[in-house]
Design a protein around this ligand. Structure first.
Ligand code: G6P
Length: 612
Protein backbone atom coordinates (compact mmCIF):
# COMPACT_ATOMS: atom_id res chain seq x y z
CA UNK A 1 0.00 0.00 0.00
CA UNK A 2 2.67 2.44 -1.18
CA UNK A 3 6.33 1.99 -0.47
CA UNK A 4 8.54 4.84 0.63
CA UNK A 5 12.32 5.14 0.65
CA UNK A 6 14.72 7.88 1.71
CA UNK A 7 18.48 8.29 1.84
CA UNK A 8 20.86 10.89 3.21
CA UNK A 9 24.62 10.48 3.47
CA UNK A 10 27.79 10.64 1.40
CA UNK A 11 26.74 8.30 -1.46
CA UNK A 12 24.76 8.91 -4.60
CA UNK A 13 21.17 8.58 -3.43
CA UNK A 14 19.49 7.52 -6.69
CA UNK A 15 20.88 3.94 -7.02
CA UNK A 16 19.93 3.26 -3.39
CA UNK A 17 16.46 4.73 -3.83
CA UNK A 18 15.58 2.93 -7.06
CA UNK A 19 16.81 -0.40 -5.69
CA UNK A 20 14.76 0.26 -2.57
CA UNK A 21 11.67 0.89 -4.69
CA UNK A 22 12.14 -2.43 -6.47
CA UNK A 23 12.27 -4.12 -3.07
CA UNK A 24 9.08 -2.36 -1.99
CA UNK A 25 7.19 -2.77 -5.24
CA UNK A 26 5.06 -5.51 -3.62
CA UNK A 27 3.39 -2.67 -1.68
CA UNK A 28 2.02 -0.97 -4.79
CA UNK A 29 2.93 -0.44 -8.39
CA UNK A 30 0.56 2.07 -9.96
CA UNK A 31 3.10 4.86 -10.30
CA UNK A 32 6.53 5.76 -9.00
CA UNK A 33 8.71 8.79 -8.42
CA UNK A 34 11.86 10.17 -6.91
CA UNK A 35 13.11 13.57 -5.70
CA UNK A 36 16.83 14.24 -5.35
CA UNK A 37 18.73 17.05 -3.67
CA UNK A 38 21.74 18.32 -5.51
CA UNK A 39 21.88 22.00 -4.66
CA UNK A 40 18.25 22.23 -5.77
CA UNK A 41 15.47 19.67 -5.90
CA UNK A 42 14.99 17.46 -8.98
CA UNK A 43 11.87 15.41 -9.32
CA UNK A 44 11.02 12.57 -11.71
CA UNK A 45 7.76 10.66 -11.60
CA UNK A 46 5.66 8.54 -13.87
CA UNK A 47 2.56 6.42 -14.18
CA UNK A 48 3.46 2.72 -14.15
CA UNK A 49 5.98 0.53 -12.42
CA UNK A 50 9.42 1.14 -10.97
CA UNK A 51 10.86 -0.05 -14.31
CA UNK A 52 9.07 2.85 -15.99
CA UNK A 53 10.60 5.27 -13.53
CA UNK A 54 14.05 3.79 -14.12
CA UNK A 55 13.60 4.24 -17.90
CA UNK A 56 12.45 7.82 -17.38
CA UNK A 57 15.45 8.71 -15.24
CA UNK A 58 17.90 6.82 -17.46
CA UNK A 59 20.19 9.32 -19.21
CA UNK A 60 18.98 12.25 -17.10
CA UNK A 61 20.72 13.97 -14.23
CA UNK A 62 20.17 11.77 -11.19
CA UNK A 63 22.90 13.20 -8.99
CA UNK A 64 22.38 14.09 -5.36
CA UNK A 65 23.35 12.64 -2.02
CA UNK A 66 19.94 12.80 -0.45
CA UNK A 67 16.54 11.94 -1.81
CA UNK A 68 13.14 10.38 -1.37
CA UNK A 69 11.26 7.89 -3.57
CA UNK A 70 7.83 6.32 -3.71
CA UNK A 71 5.92 3.48 -5.35
CA UNK A 72 2.18 4.01 -5.21
CA UNK A 73 -1.02 2.03 -4.72
CA UNK A 74 -3.65 4.62 -5.51
CA UNK A 75 -6.21 5.69 -2.93
CA UNK A 76 -7.01 9.35 -3.62
CA UNK A 77 -6.83 10.11 -7.31
CA UNK A 78 -6.34 7.75 -10.22
CA UNK A 79 -2.91 6.33 -10.87
CA UNK A 80 -1.33 8.82 -13.28
CA UNK A 81 1.76 10.95 -13.54
CA UNK A 82 0.25 13.98 -11.78
CA UNK A 83 -0.96 11.98 -8.79
CA UNK A 84 2.33 10.08 -8.48
CA UNK A 85 4.58 11.00 -5.54
CA UNK A 86 6.69 12.93 -4.61
CA UNK A 87 4.54 16.05 -4.45
CA UNK A 88 5.95 19.54 -4.45
CA UNK A 89 4.91 22.38 -2.17
CA UNK A 90 3.60 25.52 -3.94
CA UNK A 91 7.08 27.11 -4.13
CA UNK A 92 8.68 23.84 -5.27
CA UNK A 93 11.10 24.08 -2.35
CA UNK A 94 9.67 21.10 -0.47
CA UNK A 95 8.78 17.64 -1.70
CA UNK A 96 6.97 14.90 0.18
CA UNK A 97 6.26 11.17 -0.10
CA UNK A 98 3.42 9.62 1.84
CA UNK A 99 1.91 6.22 2.59
CA UNK A 100 -1.53 6.26 4.22
CA UNK A 101 -4.67 8.35 4.03
CA UNK A 102 -5.28 11.83 5.36
CA UNK A 103 -8.93 11.60 6.23
CA UNK A 104 -9.58 15.31 6.77
CA UNK A 105 -7.78 16.29 3.59
CA UNK A 106 -10.85 17.84 1.97
CA UNK A 107 -11.45 20.31 4.80
CA UNK A 108 -7.73 21.16 4.94
CA UNK A 109 -7.73 21.57 1.17
CA UNK A 110 -10.78 23.87 1.22
CA UNK A 111 -9.14 26.05 3.86
CA UNK A 112 -5.93 26.29 1.84
CA UNK A 113 -7.87 27.04 -1.35
CA UNK A 114 -9.65 29.86 0.48
CA UNK A 115 -6.27 31.27 1.17
CA UNK A 116 -5.42 31.25 -2.53
CA UNK A 117 -3.57 27.96 -2.97
CA UNK A 118 -4.19 25.78 -5.99
CA UNK A 119 -3.46 22.10 -6.40
CA UNK A 120 -2.24 20.14 -9.35
CA UNK A 121 -3.14 16.63 -8.17
CA UNK A 122 -6.18 14.94 -6.61
CA UNK A 123 -4.16 13.53 -3.74
CA UNK A 124 -4.45 14.04 -0.01
CA UNK A 125 -0.64 14.13 0.09
CA UNK A 126 -0.31 17.36 -1.87
CA UNK A 127 -2.57 18.99 0.73
CA UNK A 128 -0.12 18.06 3.47
CA UNK A 129 2.94 19.50 1.76
CA UNK A 130 1.04 22.71 1.04
CA UNK A 131 0.04 22.91 4.66
CA UNK A 132 3.62 22.41 5.83
CA UNK A 133 4.88 25.22 3.61
CA UNK A 134 2.01 27.46 4.60
CA UNK A 135 2.88 27.03 8.28
CA UNK A 136 6.57 27.56 7.57
CA UNK A 137 5.87 30.86 5.85
CA UNK A 138 3.12 32.24 8.04
CA UNK A 139 4.47 31.20 11.38
CA UNK A 140 8.14 31.72 10.44
CA UNK A 141 9.13 28.32 11.75
CA UNK A 142 11.85 25.97 10.59
CA UNK A 143 10.96 22.84 8.59
CA UNK A 144 10.96 20.52 11.60
CA UNK A 145 8.48 22.66 13.50
CA UNK A 146 6.30 23.21 10.43
CA UNK A 147 6.02 19.46 9.84
CA UNK A 148 5.20 18.93 13.51
CA UNK A 149 2.49 21.59 13.56
CA UNK A 150 1.01 20.33 10.29
CA UNK A 151 0.83 16.76 11.58
CA UNK A 152 -1.08 17.99 14.60
CA UNK A 153 -3.82 19.09 12.21
CA UNK A 154 -3.95 15.80 10.34
CA UNK A 155 -6.53 13.08 10.97
CA UNK A 156 -5.70 9.71 9.43
CA UNK A 157 -2.70 7.55 8.73
CA UNK A 158 0.67 8.53 7.42
CA UNK A 159 4.26 7.57 6.96
CA UNK A 160 5.94 10.55 5.34
CA UNK A 161 9.35 11.84 4.40
CA UNK A 162 9.91 15.50 3.55
CA UNK A 163 12.91 16.89 1.71
CA UNK A 164 13.64 20.60 1.49
CA UNK A 165 15.72 22.55 -0.98
CA UNK A 166 16.74 24.88 1.81
CA UNK A 167 17.82 22.12 4.21
CA UNK A 168 20.24 19.95 2.23
CA UNK A 169 21.46 18.27 5.38
CA UNK A 170 18.26 16.78 6.71
CA UNK A 171 15.18 14.75 5.92
CA UNK A 172 12.12 14.80 8.15
CA UNK A 173 10.21 11.55 8.59
CA UNK A 174 7.08 10.83 10.62
CA UNK A 175 4.55 8.08 11.10
CA UNK A 176 1.11 7.26 12.41
CA UNK A 177 -0.66 4.06 11.47
CA UNK A 178 1.59 3.31 8.47
CA UNK A 179 4.95 1.62 8.92
CA UNK A 180 8.29 3.40 8.85
CA UNK A 181 11.78 2.24 9.74
CA UNK A 182 15.07 4.14 9.75
CA UNK A 183 18.36 2.40 8.99
CA UNK A 184 21.32 3.75 10.95
CA UNK A 185 24.50 3.31 8.91
CA UNK A 186 28.03 4.65 9.38
CA UNK A 187 27.55 8.36 8.67
CA UNK A 188 24.42 7.75 6.62
CA UNK A 189 20.72 7.06 7.14
CA UNK A 190 18.12 5.10 5.21
CA UNK A 191 14.35 5.38 5.56
CA UNK A 192 11.82 2.84 4.29
CA UNK A 193 8.39 1.29 4.74
CA UNK A 194 10.03 -1.95 5.81
CA UNK A 195 13.63 -3.06 6.33
CA UNK A 196 14.06 -4.78 2.94
CA UNK A 197 15.61 -1.75 1.17
CA UNK A 198 17.89 -1.19 4.16
CA UNK A 199 19.44 -4.52 5.19
CA UNK A 200 21.94 -4.51 2.36
CA UNK A 201 23.56 -1.46 3.96
CA UNK A 202 22.93 -1.82 7.67
CA UNK A 203 21.12 -4.14 10.06
CA UNK A 204 20.74 -1.42 12.70
CA UNK A 205 17.31 0.13 12.58
CA UNK A 206 15.02 2.40 14.54
CA UNK A 207 11.25 1.86 14.32
CA UNK A 208 9.21 5.00 14.78
CA UNK A 209 6.12 4.71 16.93
CA UNK A 210 2.82 6.32 16.02
CA UNK A 211 2.83 10.10 16.19
CA UNK A 212 6.61 10.20 16.28
CA UNK A 213 8.82 12.13 13.91
CA UNK A 214 12.51 11.89 13.17
CA UNK A 215 14.97 14.54 12.12
CA UNK A 216 17.36 12.55 9.97
CA UNK A 217 20.66 14.39 9.55
CA UNK A 218 23.41 14.05 6.96
CA UNK A 219 25.92 13.94 9.79
CA UNK A 220 25.50 13.49 13.49
CA UNK A 221 22.76 11.91 15.53
CA UNK A 222 19.26 10.93 14.64
CA UNK A 223 16.70 12.83 16.70
CA UNK A 224 13.25 11.43 17.45
CA UNK A 225 10.36 13.22 19.11
CA UNK A 226 6.62 13.00 19.33
CA UNK A 227 4.44 15.35 17.37
CA UNK A 228 3.52 16.81 20.79
CA UNK A 229 7.19 17.88 20.99
CA UNK A 230 8.46 15.37 23.51
CA UNK A 231 12.04 14.24 22.83
CA UNK A 232 12.58 10.44 22.66
CA UNK A 233 15.73 8.35 22.77
CA UNK A 234 15.84 6.27 19.60
CA UNK A 235 16.14 2.56 20.36
CA UNK A 236 18.34 0.73 17.87
CA UNK A 237 17.28 -2.83 16.96
CA UNK A 238 19.67 -5.23 15.29
CA UNK A 239 17.90 -7.15 12.54
CA UNK A 240 18.68 -10.79 11.82
CA UNK A 241 17.22 -10.77 8.30
CA UNK A 242 19.47 -12.09 5.51
CA UNK A 243 19.67 -10.55 2.05
CA UNK A 244 18.98 -13.93 0.41
CA UNK A 245 15.57 -14.02 2.11
CA UNK A 246 14.40 -11.07 0.03
CA UNK A 247 15.82 -12.19 -3.31
CA UNK A 248 14.39 -14.67 -5.81
CA UNK A 249 17.36 -17.04 -5.47
CA UNK A 250 17.03 -18.45 -8.97
CA UNK A 251 13.24 -18.82 -9.01
CA UNK A 252 11.34 -17.00 -11.77
CA UNK A 253 8.92 -15.53 -9.23
CA UNK A 254 8.85 -14.83 -5.51
CA UNK A 255 5.57 -16.75 -5.31
CA UNK A 256 7.16 -19.96 -6.57
CA UNK A 257 10.12 -19.48 -4.27
CA UNK A 258 7.80 -18.95 -1.32
CA UNK A 259 5.64 -21.99 -2.20
CA UNK A 260 8.78 -24.10 -2.27
CA UNK A 261 10.08 -22.64 0.97
CA UNK A 262 7.18 -24.07 2.95
CA UNK A 263 8.85 -27.17 4.35
CA UNK A 264 11.41 -24.83 5.85
CA UNK A 265 9.06 -22.01 6.85
CA UNK A 266 6.70 -24.42 8.63
CA UNK A 267 9.69 -25.85 10.47
CA UNK A 268 10.80 -22.34 11.40
CA UNK A 269 7.34 -21.64 12.81
CA UNK A 270 7.68 -24.69 15.06
CA UNK A 271 11.33 -24.17 15.98
CA UNK A 272 11.85 -23.99 19.73
CA UNK A 273 8.11 -24.42 20.28
CA UNK A 274 7.51 -28.08 19.57
CA UNK A 275 9.47 -30.93 21.06
CA UNK A 276 7.66 -33.99 19.76
CA UNK A 277 10.01 -36.47 21.42
CA UNK A 278 9.34 -35.00 24.86
CA UNK A 279 5.70 -34.25 24.15
CA UNK A 280 6.07 -30.51 24.80
CA UNK A 281 4.59 -27.47 23.12
CA UNK A 282 5.78 -24.17 24.48
CA UNK A 283 4.78 -20.90 22.87
CA UNK A 284 7.00 -18.47 24.74
CA UNK A 285 5.29 -15.35 23.39
CA UNK A 286 1.91 -16.21 24.90
CA UNK A 287 2.99 -18.05 28.03
CA UNK A 288 1.73 -15.32 30.38
CA UNK A 289 -1.63 -15.22 28.62
CA UNK A 290 -2.24 -18.90 27.92
CA UNK A 291 -4.40 -19.26 31.02
CA UNK A 292 -6.67 -16.55 29.61
CA UNK A 293 -7.13 -18.65 26.47
CA UNK A 294 -7.74 -21.75 28.52
CA UNK A 295 -10.41 -19.89 30.52
CA UNK A 296 -11.87 -18.05 27.53
CA UNK A 297 -15.60 -18.33 27.09
CA UNK A 298 -15.15 -17.45 23.48
CA UNK A 299 -12.36 -16.79 20.98
CA UNK A 300 -12.87 -14.23 18.26
CA UNK A 301 -10.45 -14.43 15.36
CA UNK A 302 -10.06 -11.24 13.30
CA UNK A 303 -8.20 -11.10 9.99
CA UNK A 304 -8.49 -10.28 6.28
CA UNK A 305 -7.86 -12.18 3.05
CA UNK A 306 -5.72 -15.28 3.29
CA UNK A 307 -5.17 -14.68 7.00
CA UNK A 308 -8.94 -14.91 7.45
CA UNK A 309 -8.84 -18.34 5.81
CA UNK A 310 -6.13 -19.39 8.25
CA UNK A 311 -8.47 -18.09 10.96
CA UNK A 312 -11.21 -20.44 9.72
CA UNK A 313 -8.84 -23.37 10.08
CA UNK A 314 -8.18 -22.01 13.58
CA UNK A 315 -11.90 -22.14 14.33
CA UNK A 316 -12.04 -25.84 13.47
CA UNK A 317 -8.90 -26.52 15.51
CA UNK A 318 -9.92 -24.67 18.68
CA UNK A 319 -13.45 -26.02 18.65
CA UNK A 320 -12.42 -29.55 17.78
CA UNK A 321 -9.46 -29.86 20.12
CA UNK A 322 -9.88 -27.28 22.88
CA UNK A 323 -13.70 -27.12 22.89
CA UNK A 324 -13.75 -23.32 22.95
CA UNK A 325 -16.42 -21.58 20.83
CA UNK A 326 -14.82 -19.54 18.07
CA UNK A 327 -16.08 -16.80 15.79
CA UNK A 328 -14.04 -15.83 12.78
CA UNK A 329 -14.61 -12.26 11.71
CA UNK A 330 -13.61 -10.17 8.73
CA UNK A 331 -11.80 -7.39 10.55
CA UNK A 332 -13.41 -4.78 8.31
CA UNK A 333 -16.93 -5.89 9.29
CA UNK A 334 -16.17 -6.53 12.93
CA UNK A 335 -14.86 -3.04 13.61
CA UNK A 336 -17.95 -1.31 12.24
CA UNK A 337 -20.79 -3.43 13.53
CA UNK A 338 -20.82 -2.68 17.23
CA UNK A 339 -19.75 -6.22 18.17
CA UNK A 340 -20.40 -7.64 21.60
CA UNK A 341 -17.03 -8.07 23.27
CA UNK A 342 -16.69 -9.18 26.86
CA UNK A 343 -13.72 -9.09 29.17
CA UNK A 344 -13.46 -12.88 29.17
CA UNK A 345 -13.12 -12.96 25.39
CA UNK A 346 -9.83 -13.66 23.71
CA UNK A 347 -9.28 -12.06 20.35
CA UNK A 348 -6.70 -13.59 18.03
CA UNK A 349 -5.56 -11.21 15.30
CA UNK A 350 -3.87 -12.87 12.33
CA UNK A 351 -1.86 -10.82 9.86
CA UNK A 352 1.16 -11.58 7.72
CA UNK A 353 2.21 -7.96 7.43
CA UNK A 354 1.00 -6.90 10.85
CA UNK A 355 -0.05 -3.65 9.17
CA UNK A 356 -3.51 -4.35 7.70
CA UNK A 357 -5.50 -1.28 8.72
CA UNK A 358 -8.80 -3.08 9.35
CA UNK A 359 -7.20 -5.79 11.46
CA UNK A 360 -5.29 -3.19 13.45
CA UNK A 361 -8.49 -1.21 14.06
CA UNK A 362 -10.32 -4.38 15.14
CA UNK A 363 -7.51 -5.08 17.63
CA UNK A 364 -7.70 -1.56 19.03
CA UNK A 365 -11.48 -1.78 19.37
CA UNK A 366 -11.40 -5.15 21.15
CA UNK A 367 -8.56 -4.04 23.40
CA UNK A 368 -10.45 -0.91 24.42
CA UNK A 369 -13.39 -3.13 25.40
CA UNK A 370 -11.23 -5.21 27.69
CA UNK A 371 -10.59 -8.35 25.64
CA UNK A 372 -7.25 -10.13 25.73
CA UNK A 373 -5.55 -9.77 22.36
CA UNK A 374 -3.18 -12.37 20.95
CA UNK A 375 -1.34 -11.68 17.69
CA UNK A 376 -0.15 -14.05 15.00
CA UNK A 377 2.00 -11.90 12.74
CA UNK A 378 4.89 -12.54 10.41
CA UNK A 379 6.56 -9.15 10.43
CA UNK A 380 8.46 -8.61 13.65
CA UNK A 381 7.79 -5.26 15.32
CA UNK A 382 4.77 -4.56 13.08
CA UNK A 383 1.89 -2.39 14.27
CA UNK A 384 -0.48 -5.27 15.04
CA UNK A 385 2.25 -7.20 16.86
CA UNK A 386 2.82 -4.15 19.02
CA UNK A 387 -0.86 -3.48 19.65
CA UNK A 388 -1.56 -6.95 21.11
CA UNK A 389 -1.03 -8.16 24.69
CA UNK A 390 1.01 -11.13 23.55
CA UNK A 391 1.55 -13.25 20.47
CA UNK A 392 3.54 -15.69 18.43
CA UNK A 393 5.45 -14.64 15.37
CA UNK A 394 5.14 -17.02 12.45
CA UNK A 395 8.84 -16.69 11.49
CA UNK A 396 8.05 -17.59 7.87
CA UNK A 397 10.64 -15.07 6.64
CA UNK A 398 9.78 -12.14 4.36
CA UNK A 399 6.86 -12.90 2.03
CA UNK A 400 7.17 -10.77 -1.08
CA UNK A 401 4.82 -12.35 -3.64
CA UNK A 402 1.54 -10.47 -3.30
CA UNK A 403 -0.46 -13.70 -3.15
CA UNK A 404 0.16 -15.13 0.30
CA UNK A 405 1.42 -18.73 0.44
CA UNK A 406 4.01 -19.56 3.07
CA UNK A 407 2.46 -17.08 5.50
CA UNK A 408 -0.80 -19.07 5.36
CA UNK A 409 0.79 -22.39 6.25
CA UNK A 410 2.88 -20.73 8.96
CA UNK A 411 -0.26 -19.14 10.46
CA UNK A 412 -2.05 -22.50 10.43
CA UNK A 413 1.00 -24.10 12.06
CA UNK A 414 0.91 -21.59 14.92
CA UNK A 415 -2.85 -21.99 15.33
CA UNK A 416 -2.37 -25.76 15.48
CA UNK A 417 0.29 -25.47 18.16
CA UNK A 418 -1.83 -23.01 20.16
CA UNK A 419 -4.96 -25.14 19.96
CA UNK A 420 -3.04 -28.27 20.90
CA UNK A 421 -1.27 -26.63 23.80
CA UNK A 422 -4.53 -25.21 25.17
CA UNK A 423 -6.38 -28.49 24.62
CA UNK A 424 -3.74 -30.45 26.47
CA UNK A 425 -3.71 -28.06 29.44
CA UNK A 426 -7.48 -27.90 29.48
CA UNK A 427 -7.76 -31.65 29.32
CA UNK A 428 -10.06 -31.65 26.33
CA UNK A 429 -7.95 -34.17 24.44
CA UNK A 430 -6.42 -37.34 25.75
CA UNK A 431 -2.70 -37.59 26.29
CA UNK A 432 -2.47 -40.23 23.57
CA UNK A 433 -4.31 -38.08 21.02
CA UNK A 434 -2.05 -35.17 21.99
CA UNK A 435 1.07 -37.29 21.40
CA UNK A 436 -0.30 -38.66 18.15
CA UNK A 437 -1.03 -35.17 16.89
CA UNK A 438 2.25 -33.57 17.86
CA UNK A 439 4.18 -36.36 16.14
CA UNK A 440 2.09 -35.77 13.09
CA UNK A 441 2.72 -32.00 13.28
CA UNK A 442 6.42 -32.76 13.47
CA UNK A 443 6.12 -34.78 10.26
CA UNK A 444 4.33 -32.04 8.34
CA UNK A 445 7.41 -30.34 6.79
CA UNK A 446 8.42 -33.67 5.20
CA UNK A 447 4.86 -34.22 3.94
CA UNK A 448 4.76 -30.73 2.47
CA UNK A 449 8.08 -31.49 0.77
CA UNK A 450 6.47 -34.58 -0.73
CA UNK A 451 3.33 -32.68 -1.74
CA UNK A 452 5.52 -30.23 -3.67
CA UNK A 453 6.56 -33.11 -5.93
CA UNK A 454 3.21 -32.88 -7.73
CA UNK A 455 4.52 -29.75 -9.44
CA UNK A 456 4.91 -31.32 -12.90
CA UNK A 457 1.48 -32.95 -12.79
CA UNK A 458 -0.04 -29.64 -11.80
CA UNK A 459 1.81 -27.90 -14.61
CA UNK A 460 0.31 -30.35 -17.11
CA UNK A 461 -3.14 -29.86 -15.59
CA UNK A 462 -2.73 -26.10 -15.76
CA UNK A 463 -2.15 -26.38 -19.50
CA UNK A 464 -5.55 -28.05 -19.84
CA UNK A 465 -7.44 -25.50 -17.73
CA UNK A 466 -5.62 -22.27 -18.42
CA UNK A 467 -8.48 -20.91 -20.57
CA UNK A 468 -11.28 -21.76 -18.14
CA UNK A 469 -13.48 -18.81 -17.25
CA UNK A 470 -14.76 -20.11 -13.92
CA UNK A 471 -13.64 -22.57 -11.28
CA UNK A 472 -15.44 -24.05 -8.31
CA UNK A 473 -13.52 -25.29 -5.26
CA UNK A 474 -15.27 -27.65 -2.85
CA UNK A 475 -14.24 -29.02 0.53
CA UNK A 476 -15.84 -30.04 3.80
CA UNK A 477 -14.73 -29.69 7.41
CA UNK A 478 -11.08 -28.77 7.64
CA UNK A 479 -10.95 -28.73 3.85
CA UNK A 480 -13.57 -26.01 3.48
CA UNK A 481 -11.09 -23.21 4.33
CA UNK A 482 -8.66 -24.91 1.94
CA UNK A 483 -11.26 -24.62 -0.84
CA UNK A 484 -11.74 -20.93 -0.07
CA UNK A 485 -8.01 -20.32 -0.09
CA UNK A 486 -7.53 -22.25 -3.35
CA UNK A 487 -10.22 -20.15 -5.03
CA UNK A 488 -8.78 -16.91 -3.69
CA UNK A 489 -5.30 -17.77 -4.99
CA UNK A 490 -6.67 -18.43 -8.48
CA UNK A 491 -8.70 -15.20 -8.53
CA UNK A 492 -5.85 -13.09 -7.25
CA UNK A 493 -3.20 -14.01 -9.74
CA UNK A 494 -4.88 -15.48 -12.81
CA UNK A 495 -8.04 -13.31 -12.83
CA UNK A 496 -10.21 -16.38 -13.37
CA UNK A 497 -13.45 -16.20 -11.44
CA UNK A 498 -13.41 -18.86 -8.75
CA UNK A 499 -15.59 -19.66 -5.79
CA UNK A 500 -14.86 -21.76 -2.77
CA UNK A 501 -17.85 -23.57 -1.25
CA UNK A 502 -18.59 -26.09 1.45
CA UNK A 503 -19.14 -29.20 -0.69
CA UNK A 504 -22.57 -29.99 0.75
CA UNK A 505 -23.78 -26.42 0.32
CA UNK A 506 -23.16 -26.69 -3.43
CA UNK A 507 -26.62 -28.07 -4.00
CA UNK A 508 -28.15 -24.90 -2.58
CA UNK A 509 -26.98 -22.77 -5.48
CA UNK A 510 -23.67 -23.32 -7.26
CA UNK A 511 -24.81 -26.68 -8.64
CA UNK A 512 -26.81 -24.62 -11.16
CA UNK A 513 -23.51 -23.46 -12.64
CA UNK A 514 -22.18 -26.92 -13.32
CA UNK A 515 -21.76 -28.10 -16.89
CA UNK A 516 -18.92 -29.52 -18.99
CA UNK A 517 -17.25 -26.09 -19.02
CA UNK A 518 -16.93 -25.92 -15.25
CA UNK A 519 -13.80 -27.35 -13.62
CA UNK A 520 -14.53 -28.31 -10.04
CA UNK A 521 -11.61 -28.77 -7.68
CA UNK A 522 -12.64 -31.08 -4.85
CA UNK A 523 -10.47 -31.63 -1.82
CA UNK A 524 -11.43 -35.21 -1.06
CA UNK A 525 -8.86 -36.43 1.41
CA UNK A 526 -9.51 -39.54 3.50
CA UNK A 527 -11.16 -39.26 6.92
CA UNK A 528 -13.48 -36.50 8.00
CA UNK A 529 -16.43 -36.33 5.67
CA UNK A 530 -14.77 -38.37 2.94
CA UNK A 531 -17.82 -40.46 2.08
CA UNK A 532 -20.00 -37.39 1.90
CA UNK A 533 -17.52 -35.65 -0.38
CA UNK A 534 -17.53 -38.71 -2.62
CA UNK A 535 -21.30 -38.24 -2.95
CA UNK A 536 -20.76 -34.58 -3.78
CA UNK A 537 -18.33 -35.61 -6.53
CA UNK A 538 -21.01 -37.87 -7.97
CA UNK A 539 -23.47 -34.99 -7.94
CA UNK A 540 -21.03 -32.94 -10.00
CA UNK A 541 -20.27 -35.80 -12.39
CA UNK A 542 -23.99 -36.42 -12.93
CA UNK A 543 -24.17 -32.86 -14.31
CA UNK A 544 -21.12 -33.31 -16.56
CA UNK A 545 -18.84 -31.18 -14.39
CA UNK A 546 -15.09 -31.78 -14.72
CA UNK A 547 -13.54 -32.96 -11.47
CA UNK A 548 -9.99 -32.26 -10.35
CA UNK A 549 -9.66 -34.14 -7.09
CA UNK A 550 -7.03 -33.71 -4.41
CA UNK A 551 -6.91 -37.09 -2.72
CA UNK A 552 -4.93 -39.02 -0.15
CA UNK A 553 -2.16 -41.15 -1.61
CA UNK A 554 -3.44 -44.54 -2.72
CA UNK A 555 -7.10 -43.53 -2.93
CA UNK A 556 -8.88 -45.67 -5.51
CA UNK A 557 -12.52 -44.68 -5.04
CA UNK A 558 -12.21 -41.07 -6.16
CA UNK A 559 -9.68 -42.05 -8.82
CA UNK A 560 -12.43 -44.06 -10.45
CA UNK A 561 -14.74 -41.05 -10.66
CA UNK A 562 -12.63 -37.94 -11.08
CA UNK A 563 -11.30 -36.63 -14.39
CA UNK A 564 -7.96 -35.69 -12.84
CA UNK A 565 -6.45 -36.76 -9.56
CA UNK A 566 -3.61 -35.27 -7.54
CA UNK A 567 -2.33 -37.34 -4.64
CA UNK A 568 -0.99 -35.88 -1.44
CA UNK A 569 0.51 -37.68 1.55
CA UNK A 570 -1.81 -38.86 4.28
CA UNK A 571 -1.96 -36.94 7.52
CA UNK A 572 -4.35 -36.41 10.41
CA UNK A 573 -7.61 -34.77 9.42
CA UNK A 574 -6.86 -31.75 11.64
CA UNK A 575 -3.60 -31.15 9.79
CA UNK A 576 -4.75 -31.71 6.22
CA UNK A 577 -4.97 -27.97 5.37
CA UNK A 578 -1.19 -27.72 5.73
CA UNK A 579 -0.68 -30.29 2.99
CA UNK A 580 -3.78 -29.95 0.79
CA UNK A 581 -3.15 -26.24 0.20
CA UNK A 582 0.14 -26.94 -1.59
CA UNK A 583 -1.23 -28.33 -4.90
CA UNK A 584 -3.82 -25.52 -5.00
CA UNK A 585 -1.10 -22.89 -4.65
CA UNK A 586 0.81 -24.55 -7.48
CA UNK A 587 -2.30 -24.77 -9.64
CA UNK A 588 -3.01 -21.05 -9.36
CA UNK A 589 0.67 -20.24 -9.94
CA UNK A 590 1.04 -22.30 -13.11
CA UNK A 591 -2.29 -21.22 -14.58
CA UNK A 592 -1.37 -17.58 -14.00
CA UNK A 593 2.05 -18.02 -15.60
CA UNK A 594 0.54 -19.77 -18.63
CA UNK A 595 -1.98 -16.94 -18.99
CA UNK A 596 0.90 -14.45 -19.02
CA UNK A 597 -0.17 -12.78 -15.76
CA UNK A 598 2.23 -10.91 -13.54
CA UNK A 599 2.23 -13.40 -10.71
CA UNK A 600 4.14 -11.39 -8.13
CA UNK A 601 2.33 -8.15 -8.82
CA UNK A 602 -1.27 -8.94 -9.72
CA UNK A 603 -3.33 -6.04 -10.97
CA UNK A 604 -5.07 -3.79 -8.44
CA UNK A 605 -3.74 -5.71 -5.43
CA UNK A 606 -1.23 -4.73 -2.80
CA UNK A 607 0.51 -6.94 -0.34
CA UNK A 608 -0.10 -4.79 2.64
CA UNK A 609 -3.38 -2.90 2.85
CA UNK A 610 -2.76 -0.05 5.24
CA UNK A 611 -5.96 1.78 4.33
CA UNK A 612 -9.56 0.86 5.15
C1 G6P B 1 -4.03 -8.21 1.13
C2 G6P B 1 -3.12 -9.22 0.48
C3 G6P B 1 -3.53 -10.63 0.90
C4 G6P B 1 -3.57 -10.75 2.41
C5 G6P B 1 -4.46 -9.68 3.04
C6 G6P B 1 -4.29 -9.64 4.55
O1 G6P B 1 -5.29 -8.30 0.58
O2 G6P B 1 -3.14 -9.09 -0.93
O3 G6P B 1 -2.61 -11.56 0.37
O4 G6P B 1 -4.02 -12.01 2.77
O5 G6P B 1 -4.10 -8.39 2.55
O6 G6P B 1 -2.98 -9.24 4.85
P1 G6P B 1 -2.26 -9.51 6.21
O7 G6P B 1 -0.91 -8.88 6.04
O8 G6P B 1 -3.07 -8.83 7.27
O9 G6P B 1 -2.19 -10.96 6.41
Amino acid sequence: MCGIVGYIGPRDAYPILIKGLYRLEYRGYDSAGVALHDGGLKLYKTHGKVDDLASLVNGQDASGTSGIAHTRWATHGEPNQVNAHPHYSPSGKLAIIHNGIIENYSSLKAELMNRGYSFSSDTDTEVLVHLIEDIQQNEHTDLEEAVRLALNQVVGAYAIVVISEECPDQLIAAKKGSPLVIGVGEGEFFIASDPTPIIEYTKNVVYLDDEEMAVVPRKGKLRVKTIKNQEKTPYIYHLEMQLSSIEKSGYPHFMLKEINEQPRSIKDSMRGRLNAAKGIISLGGIIDYEQKIINAKRIIIVACGTSWHAGLVGEYLFEDLARIPVEVEYASEFRYRNPVINEGDVVIAISQSGETADTLAAVELARAKGATIIGICNVVGSSIARATHAGSYTHAGPEIGVASTKAFTAQVTILTLMALSVAEKKGTISRSRFYQLIHEVDAIPAKVEQALKVNDEILALSGIFQHARNFLYLGRGYNFPVALEGALKLKEISYIHAEGYPAAEMKHGPIALIDEEMPVVVIATKKGSYDKVVSNIQEVKARKGVIIAIVTEGDQTVKGMADHVIEIPETDEALVPLVATIPLQLLSYHIAVLRGCNVDQPRNLAKSVTVE
